[in-house]
Design a binder for this molecule. Structure first.
Ligand SMILES: *[C@@H]1O[C@H](CO)[C@@H](O)[C@H](O)[C@H]1NC(C)=O
Length: 149
């Protein structure tokens, strides 16, 4: 752990608000471009998601298209196999995005990732897509997480 990571971890441990950019892989953003992905709290990567808690996911992206709608689709990839990861609000237009989405505009997509107590305590990859009117991905990101008890 380097000094910066240590400092951020300490900052978050003492309960201050912390949104740390996480490392992600772009899995085919077609009609948009991702700038940053913030998950909070996530002092150490991969993010440790505690069962029964909820995490905030904030994806900053810009759109290359106009779209009246935006719909989120979240999967957990367990050993490469996609398993649906339900989120409370699938409508991107109710998740910090003012619709209709405009071309060349920057947006912050903000949503909650609740971790159910019945989830297994495993490492997995979360795949988060936001689809436009044509079912194309405004963004598609993947980030590793570890579910802990
Ligand atoms: C989301 O992230 C952006 C860029 O880091 C930031 O400007 C914005 O305030 C964040 N929004 C929320 C609700 O955390």
């Amino acid at each position: 752990m380097d000094v910066r990571t240590g400092f951020i971890a300490l900052f978050c441990l003492i309960g201050l608000t912390c949104a740390e950019p996480v490392k992600y892989v772009d899995c085919g953003s077609a009609t948009g471009k991702v700038a940053t992905v913030n998950i909070s709290p996530c002092p150490v990567q991969p993010c440790k998601l505690r069962k029964g808690e909820s995490y905030s996911v904030n994806v900053t992206f810009s759109s290359a298209v106009e779209s009246k709608t935006s719909t989120a689709l979240v999967h957990g990839l367990i050993a490469g196999i996609p398993v649906p990861f339900p989120i409370p609000i699938e409508d991107g237009c109710k998740s910090g995005i003012q619709c209709p989405i405009q071309k060349q505009q920057k947006y912050n997509y903000v949503n909650a990732l609740p971790v159910k107590t019945q989830y297994p305590a495993i490492k997995l990859v979360v795949e988060w897509e936001l689809r436009d009117d044509d079912q194309k991905d405004l963004f598609c990101i993947r980030f590793p997480v570890q579910i802990v008890s």
